[in-house]
Design a protein around this ligand. Structure first.
Ligand SMILES: Nc1ncnc2c1ncn2[C@@H]1O[C@H](COP(=O)(O)OP(=O)(O)OP(=O)(O)O)[C@@H](O)[C@H]1O
Ligand SMILES: [Mg+2]
Length: 341
């Protein structure tokens, strides 16, 4: 890869990073269009953070090439650093300082004058809903507030490319939504975002394209629509009034939907996994049809929900194994490394 492709914020070819015997990143090719959110989806230990660190010039690749806005991350690392910012999985704000103090300090370190640093800090705290918490020490922030101040700290200077490494892991739904809104606002201002996540719904909400990685390799890449078409549209979960109607309900579901029907341990519950082939038809449309058929067959449904495919389901569909297997595999190699070390 000697030439930069116009319109790409990130290009990698055959990117590799090894730690002892572990190939944490094992030949990753990425092409991230400028001005979009690109999702990197994978379970624990897949190689997400390692990839991000190489792209942000914090780790040196052992093989392959990576360019950020056309600059090589090894040979032109300074040019890359000038244009990117990273919100890490384990962030960098000082626990003992207040929100304002952190942002002002970081602003000063970035070369802003005192007044400009104060103004920018106040502006970001306001934009991120942290004005009331501005005078509190970070150690007293909730998880959601903490994540928001981390992102605020990383966009003191509006970067051309922002790396967000699992920005919502461990947050409650409300805090996740706040972070999502922030990400949307950042992209609306022209910043390209590379977002890593373990949640398919997060990638679905934010990203235009998604790469699924497992054990250091990209196992699927495409738009959300393409990914869903290969994975299936989600699951319909049902609870019936009467357990005796369950066999009949299962029949109706498999007849109406292109779905695999699974009987749950709870005797009134069943789940239908919507198939890939039916994904032109929206998941909601399919579910509505199924409910209609059940009612016509005289089956009483007490409770119903429609879920998107989980990361586990994505993995099962793409790899034939679930994320737990991936974690077990990486855990084994990691512990081998520890023994060796
Ligand atoms: N500094 C290191 N030394 C040794 N092994 C490492 C190091 N950093 C990462 N690894 C290993 O490399 C693999 C990929 O790790 P990485 O942190 O990139 O995964 P991840 O996708 O970010 O996972 P998570 O979702 O848990 O953050 C794992 O097997 C991990 O144990
Ligand atoms: Mg990580």
């Amino acid at each position: 890869m000697s030439q930069h492709t116009a319109g790409l914020a990130i290009e990698t070819v055959g990117l590799v990073k090894t730690f002892g015997e572990t190939r944490a990143v094992d030949g990753v090719d990425l092409a991230v269009p400028t001005g979009t959110v690109y999702g990197v989806l994978g379970p624990n230990g897949a190689g997400k953070t390692t990839t991000v660190k190489m792209l942000a010039t914090l780790l040196r690749p052992d093989g392959g090439e990576a360019r950020v806005f056309g600059h090589d991350v090894v040979h032109e690392a300074d040019d890359v650093r000038g244009r990117v910012s990273l919100t890490g999985q384990y962030a960098s704000v000082d626990e003992d300082l207040t929100g304002t103090e952190n942002l002002v300090l970081l602003g000063r370190l970035l070369g802003h004058g005192k007044k400009a640093a104060r103004e920018r800090a106040a502006q970001l705290l306001e934009a991120f809903g942290l004005t009331e918490a501005a005078g509190k020490q970070i150690k007293n922030y909730s998880g959601g507030m903490r994540r928001r101040i981390d992102i605020a700290a990383s966009i003191l200077n509006t970067p051309d490319l922002l790396f967000l490494d699992e920005p919502t892991t461990g947050l409650d739904p409300r805090s996740r939504n706040q972070v999502w809104d922030i990400v949307r606002a950042v992209v609306a201002q022209g910043t390209t975002v590379l977002l890593t996540t373990q949640y398919l719904d997060e990638a679905d909400q934010l990203a235009s394209r998604i790469a699924v990685i497992d054990r250091g390799r990209v196992i699927a890449e495409g738009t959300k629509g393409e990914l869903k078409a290969s994975v299936g549209a989600g699951s319909v979960h049902l609870r019936l009034r009467d357990a005796e109607q369950r066999p009949q309900a299962a029949q109706v579901l498999s007849r109406t939907l292109d779905a695999r029907v699974q009987l749950e341990p709870d005797p009134v519950a069943l789940t239908a996994r919507l198939g890939a082939a039916a994904s032109d038809d929206s998941a909601a449309g399919q579910a509505a049809r199924a409910l209609g058929e059940l009612a016509r067959s005289g089956i009483t449904v007490d409770n119903f929900s429609l879920g998107q495919p989980s990361l586990d389901e994505v993995f099962l569909a793409l790899t034939g194994h679930d994320t737990q297997d991936s974690q077990a595999a990486t855990a084994t190699t990691a512990s081998k490394d520890e023994v060796a070390a």
